[in-house]
Design a protein around this ligand. Structure first.
Ligand code: ATP
Ligand code: LTN
Length: 335
């Protein structure tokens, strides 16, 4: 990737907390590949974020490699983009410290992800869980990213990153670019198949609640068959029909059909036919990702080559940012 072009810069990250769900895919990762030609893109497997909740070390290592292979299988080309593992670039953690000194306790306390995760992990409300959004701001600001493609649940964190950047700029003079969120129009919040008022999440205890992008066709079809809907029978997008609305959105994204076209397609048919069609369309859509993943995960040497060169490129860009930041805050030059 050229560092000198005028293209806008994109940064995004995903945690290696398990196999990506259909929510991660539709809300985020699926949109990353097509951006590669128009923008300079940097994508990271954010393992440092993952340890804010308890992880088994061997499992985390395995999940991180899996997540990296999945990223490539979803269309991220390491020749076009920088794709790396967050802990391989220590500049993120260094910048995070500086930025934490421009972040208020009160604003971190208002983060809904912190409230949700501290309720869920009440026995381990560690400082990292609290300062998580500062590290996320550092991920983005270290590259002076213009755009951040994310699902709707991360919007609040991105607003915080903008506030931190603005506060730093006010204290030390204009420096950081204020990043803009890039949230897809459809599928920004894919809901649980078992409780359509909750977002689909990797860490849901009920395996039927989420589709994993490596699930085989039978599993995907079975999970959609069991999806919670409502007591009506009409396939149409309407307030109060959360389960059907979610399935229609998913079907629309994977087939490219509009909501009206979907309503027409299933007029006079029941939910059973509709759920089967959604399951099959999703499974077929994900088939190439599964095949490519199976190939990549066997090629550990190639993966290593990609993530080490990705980390080197990421390091070079962010070291420059950090040197300038250190000068701005008044640290003495190291050499
Ligand atoms: P965890 O359950 O471990 O918190 P997660 O499934 O929420 O993980 P992340 O790694 O935190 O996944 O998110 C990666 C990207 O996927 C983010 O951009 C996030 O906004 C997006 N995303 C996560 N869940 C959904 C969802 N249900 N619908 C749309 N986008 C989602
Ligand atoms: N917080 C995000 C993951 C994440 C991220 C980032 C996303 C960490 N750093 C930088 C975009 C940009 C999450 O939980 N999904």
């Amino acid at each position: 990737m050229s560092e000198t072009t005028e293209k806008k810069l994109i940064f995004s990250g995903i945690q290696p907390t398990g196999t990506f769900t259909l929510g991660n895919y539709i809300g985020a990762v699926r949109n990353w590949g097509p951006l590669q030609d128009e923008y300079n893109c940097i994508y990271s497997i954010v393992d440092m974020h993952a340890i804010t909740v308890r992880q088994d070390p061997a499992k985390l290592r395995q999940n991180t490699l899996q997540a990296y292979a999945l990223l490539l299988a979803c269309g991220i080309d390491p020749k076009k983009s920088i794709a790396f593992i967050q802990s391989h670039n220590p500049n993120h953690a260094e910048l995070s410290w500086i930025l934490s000194c421009s972040t208020q306790f009160g604003e971190l306390s208002r983060m809904t992800q912190f409230k949700d995760k501290s309720a869920k992990h009440a026995d381990d409300i560690n400082a990292g869980l609290f300062t998580y959004p500062v590290l996320m701001a550092a991920d983005i600001l270290a590259y002076n990213a213009d755009l951040v493609p994310i699902g709707a649940d991360q919007k609040q964190h991105l607003e915080l990153a903008r506030n931190i950047a603005g506060r730093f700029n006010q204290k030390y003079g204009d420096f950081f670019t204020l990043p803009e969120p890039f949230i897809p129009k459809a599928g920004a919040r894919v809901m649980s198949l078992q409780d359509p008022q909750k977002k689909m999440s990797k860490s849901d205890e009920n395996p039927n609640a989420c589709i994993l992008i490596l699930d085989d066709k039978d599993t995907i079809v079975r999970k959609f068959k069991r999806a919670v809907t409502d007591s009506e029978s009409e396939v149409c997008y309407r307030e109060g029909k959360d389960g059907i609305n979610n399935l229609m959105t998913i079907y629309s994204v994977v087939t490219g059909k509009s909501l009206d076209e979907i309503t027409a397609e299933f007029a006079g048919k029941g939910y059973g036919d509709f759920k089967l069609a959604v399951g099959e369309a999703v499974a077929d859509h994900l088939e190439p990702v599964r095949t490519e993943y199976a190939r990549l995960i066997e090629d550990k040497a190639y993966l290593k080559e990609c993530y080490t060169s990705g980390a080197e490129a990421a390091f070079r860009i962010t070291r420059k940012t950090l040197s300038k930041v250190y000068r701005k805050v008044g640290f003495v030059d190291a050499r």
